[in-house]
Design a protein around this ligand. Structure first.
Ligand SMILES: [Zn+2]
Ligand SMILES: [Zn+2]
Length: 299
């Protein structure tokens, strides 16, 4: 069968009930991707993998540039610990290694997994933003709570020693270090990101993978920014007070305790696992600017 005939047959199968001339440009491109790959399992798997790579490294690039420019140092949370290009490269190699050895072979599973939970993948048109917004909010809340308890468990004896210690190699983290972790940790904490959409979809049967992609993109931004090591006056936590941001997670890497959640400050506040962090903040705030000597920054 020629390519055109195959594509036409696939189009008939996937988009038999859709008039592709009536959907918007973005939806047409989406359908074109599925028709071009001509195999939904590879189309979903490859798109998921590429999205992760492009968003992850794309978001890290601005932080690499910021680390190279002395101008931004005044907003660095631990100003005496700027990552060297060598450190950043070592970290990049490790992250790429786990992406290509663990995640890439798993791309065969993404589409069957999504389908088994009743998630829409190739389908167009997309859901409206009014549908997507509350779903993404639920995924944020679920992940934050899941991560809070799982991360705290990873700080226990053997789990810390054999799994989580690797992520704590950098006491002053930088963007690229967000996914610098043991494969078991990637799996355990990744569950918080994926289980929310899966459970939601299982119970409601109303979720499109595009919504999950938007959620994952925002989650990657959150994780990379929280590891950036910078707290700018315009950082999100100064606008949304319950947002964690770098200032919150940087302390976790510096002190190896407290601040176990990801996006929000609620869980740590509620369960009292931010006591040392808040004491530290008060101590730093009490140091006069002149005697701080660039060692710590007022937060
Ligand atoms: Zn930790
Ligand atoms: Zn971290």
């Amino acid at each position: 069968m020629s390519f055109n005939a195959t594509a036409a047959a696939a189009a008939q199968q996937l988009y038999a009930n859709v008039d592709l001339s009536k959907v918007n440009w973005f939806e047409q491109q989406w359908a074109a991707w599925y028709l071009w790959i001509d195999n939904p399992i590879i189309a979903t798997g490859l798109m998921s993998f590429l999205l992760h790579e492009i968003v992850y490294f794309g978001r890290c690039i601005p932080w690499i540039i910021i680390d190279a420019l002395p101008y931004f140092q005044k907003w660095k949370l631990q100003p005496n610990k700027i990552p060297t290009p060598q450190e950043q490269w070592e970290c990049t190699k490790q992250v790429l290694f786990s992406h290509f050895t663990i995640e890439l072979p798993a791309i065969w599973l993404f589409h069957p997994m999504a389908e088994s939970f009743g998630m829409q993948t190739y389908q167009v048109p997309f859901p409206s933003w009014q549908t997507m917004l509350p779903q993404i909010a639920i995924f944020f809340a679920f992940e934050d709570m899941f991560h809070y308890f799982a991360h705290q468990a990873l700080h226990w004896g053997v789990l810390y020693k054999h799994i989580h210690k690797l992520h704590h190699k950098y006491s002053a983290p930088f963007g690229l270090a967000a996914e610098y972790a043991h494969p078991a940790e990637v799996f355990i904490l990744g569950t918080g990101t994926i289980a929310g959409p899966m459970l939601y979809c299982y119970f409601t049967r109303n979720l499109h993978i595009l919504t999950v992609y938007i959620w994952i993109t925002l989650r990657l931004f959150q994780a990379i920014d929280a590891h950036s090591g910078y707290d700018f006056p315009w950082s999100l936590q100064h606008i949304v007070p319950f947002w964690s941001g770098a200032e919150h997670h940087d302390f976790h890497h510096m002190a190896f305790t407290n601040n176990y959640s990801t996006s929000f400050r609620w869980c740590d506040r509620l369960f009292g696992t931010d006591d040392k962090y808040r004491e530290y903040r008060e101590r730093v705030a009490a140091i006069p600017d002149a005697s701080r000597n660039g060692r710590v920054r007022r937060m």
